[in-house]
Design a protein around this ligand. Structure first.
Ligand SMILES: [Zn+2]
Length: 275
């Protein structure tokens, strides 16, 4: 099954809001997955995590998490590096208690270093993080494809490192579209993207993806900001057709600023579209 996830609590979630209300309300709208946005910090209350797990299981809403933005696994500063690893481990272990299947991470900034050096540093950090695997045995560490050339996260980067550690990455075609200044916006390119994914991770891997999608504003320096689907140049219906034709399963998080509206638009289009 392919589920479309809302990126955080729906805008129209009744007050006082919060993740639990958000899950219940998403379900009411007909949405079956949610990405919890721990992008500023990771909550540390295991009891609350248990509650999130219970409600998501009862409602059959699949959960993923977005880890904090303040992460750089390529930092030369040992304090920043240690704090970055800590934030990821916290997100993974709290995610484990909350019943989350995968945690999305923006791994690193290149800081002008050659790609091989950055890869090596990210590799070492991931290796360290996975030494704590007993804290999050069921949660995937998903390194995301990133929207700016100054960031670690080409398609090859994240596939290669995921294969090394038996993980799966978070593919964000909108980020790739922005990173390459308008490319990756056609059936042919998405097919090539999924072909490469299969080459690295095997055919079965496309039955359990964690992806992002949205419209996006970009320039020569890559990503500027996310856009609603219908205000962007994204050929989003073609993208949905590719998902359906290839029978891809897992979660596609809709990262449009029109949270629930565009999530439902993607979901309804997916249901309707003929392949
Ligand atoms: Zn992200």
């Amino acid at each position: 099954m392919l589920r479309f996830a809302v990126a955080g609590c729906p805008h129209t979630t009744p007050k006082p809001g919060g993740t639990i209300e958000g899950i219940k309300y998403a379900k009411k709208l007909g949405i079956t997955a949610m990405e919890i946005e721990w992008v500023q910090n990771v909550p540390k209350d295991p009891k609350r995590m248990e509650e999130i797990r219970k409600i998501s299981e009862a409602m059959d809403v699949t959960l993923t998490v977005h880890a904090p933005y303040y992460i750089n696994l390529n930092s030369p500063d040992p304090v920043t590096l240690a704090a970055s690893k800590r934030r990821i481990i916290d997100a993974l272990s709290m995610g484990e208690i909350a019943g989350v299947r995968s945690v999305c991470v923006h791994a690193a900034f290149n800081l002008g270093q050659p790609p091989e050096a950055v890869y090596k540093n990210v590799y070492k950090a991931v290796e360290d993080i996975l030494k704590q695997k007993k804290l999050f045995p069921h949660v995937n560490l998903g390194l995301e494809t990133m929207g700016k050339p100054t960031q670690f996260g080409t398609l090859e980067d994240v596939l290669k490192i995921s294969k090394e550690f038996d993980l799966y990455p978070v593919i964000d075609p909108a980020h790739l579209h922005a990173r390459y200044n308008g490319a990756v916006n056609s059936t042919k390119e998405w097919d090539e993207m999924f072909d490469l994914y299969e080459t690295y991770l095997g055919k079965a891997s496309l039955k359990n993806v964690h992806m992002h999608f949205s419209g996006i504003a970009y320039g020569p320096k890559g990503e500027k900001h996310h856009l609603p689907l219908q205000e962007s140049d994204a050929k989003w219906k073609d993208f949905i057709t590719v998902l359906k034709k290839r029978k891809i399963e897992g979660t596609v998080v809709c990262e449009s600023p029109l949270l629930e509206e565009d999530t439902l638009l993607m979901q309804k289009t997916y249901e309707k579209i003929g392949v």
